[in-house]
Design a protein around this ligand. Structure first.
Ligand code: GLY
Length: 368
């Protein structure tokens, strides 16, 4: 890593702590999704309820790295506020909620009562499995699955391994195979949503909610795929999942400008905005994982690691990092939640903040 990037990483990690400290002091017990004109947004539509774990996750990351008891106390407090979501049957996001929060808590403490919450969340998520279509259904409808769910499947693998539950392991594996078969295309791009015939389980078509078109390539979905298939490989050792993660990563790298930040959808001929920066943050962290997972850590692993560093370097420039944008309450700018619905467009978004902090934390580990 260059000394410039090492400096940027320290600076951005310190700034992230400043922004999150301000958020939880100014708005206690509040879990935002995105900003509006740079201020954490309090009211209005959320589309779905999936982000609470990300704030907790940043608190745990700060607690672990700094050893500061204030972060630790806040992390535990915020995590307890979401505990009941371990039984939430309405969302497909229990990995986002609990892997980023309670799993970090368990990793830090080894407390089995904390682990039991993580396992419960994985078991609850597994209940979304459609036996005929062999997929975990999205929050939208029983006949729908999302590429985003790949990023949540890790907690099901984990729960299955922890409990020795073979059926749960089958559910996680089958969902990954279904996503691999129907949502990942020959060129390594991904579809956002798959629609199935609910009676027969037959796959019908690819569609999208947050991308440009049903046959186009939504950047954040691509990021969830490259990270999620990497995680599936880490749990199973199944080479098909590793190859899929790599193909998704290669598509991202091939289609994105040198700075590493994609538009909301690569196929959109006239994007409303040049950047969807949260996809870049997720990809940076996902590529650092993929570099570790890639056998023999050769040239390909090196390429993934260097590309991740390039993204982080870009996100630390004043165009993205908000440390030189007075009054901006998020950590970095130019994320997009749901362009079509006009939600969180060109803003800071909570999952972007979390995966950026995660990527910074991984790079700080490299520095020892
Ligand atoms: N619902 C997950 C996402 O917007 O990426």
């Amino acid at each position: 890593m260059t000394s410039d990037l090492a400096t940027d990483t320290h600076r951005a990690f310190a700034f992230a702590q400043d922004q999150v400290r301000r958020l939880i002091t100014k708005h206690p017990d509040y879990f935002p999704l995105f900003t509006t004109a740079g201020r954490w947004h309090h009211h209005g539509a959320a589309w779905t309820n999936w982000c609470e774990g990300f704030l907790c996750g940043m608190l745990w990351t700060f607690a672990k790295r700094t050893g500061d008891p204030w972060w630790r106390e806040r992390a535990e407090h915020y995590s307890r506020l979401i505990e009941e979501r371990k039984h939430d049957r309405d969302v497909h996001d229990l990995g986002f909620l609990f892997w980023s929060s309670w799993k970090r808590w368990y990793d830090l403490t080894g407390d089995q009562a904390v682990n039991a919450v993580v396992i419960q969340a994985g078991e609850t998520l597994g209940l979304r499995f459609n036996q005929k279509g062999k997929y975990l259904r999205s929050f939208i409808a029983p006949n729908s699955t999302f590429i985003d769910i790949m990023m949540n499947t890790g907690i099901i693998f984990y729960a299955a391994q922890q409990t020795g539950n073979a059926e749960l392991l089958r559910v996680a594996n089958e969902h990954c195979y279904t996503s691999w078969r129907y949502l990942v295309r020959g060129d390594g791009s991904t579809a956002h949503e798959g629609i199935f015939d609910i009676e027969s389980g037959m796959f019908l078509r690819q569609t999208t909610h947050q991308g440009w078109r049903n046959d186009s390539s939504w950047a954040r979905g691509q990021a969830w795929a490259l990270y999620g298939f990497g995680t599936a490989f880490a749990f199973t050792g199944d080479q098909r999942f590793l190859e899929t993660a790599q193909r998704c990563a290669d598509f991202y790298i091939q289609r994105t400008p040198m700075h590493g930040v994609p538009p909301n959808d690569w196929e959109d001929p006239s994007p409303m905005l040049p950047y969807e920066s949260s996809a870049a943050a997720i990809t940076a962290s996902g590529l650092l994982q993929l570099a570790e997972l890639t056998p023999d850590r050769g040239d390909r692993a090196q390429q993934y690691s260097e590309y991740a560093q390039r993204i982080v370097s870009t996100l630390c420039t004043p165009e993205f990092l908000a440390d030189q944008t007075p009054g901006w309450e998020g950590i970095f700018k130019h994320g997009i939640y749901h362009e079509r619905n006009g939600l969180g467009v060109d803003e800071s978004v909570m999952w972007g903040e979390y995966y950026f902090v995660e990527a910074l934390d991984k790079l700080l580990n490299y520095q020892g």
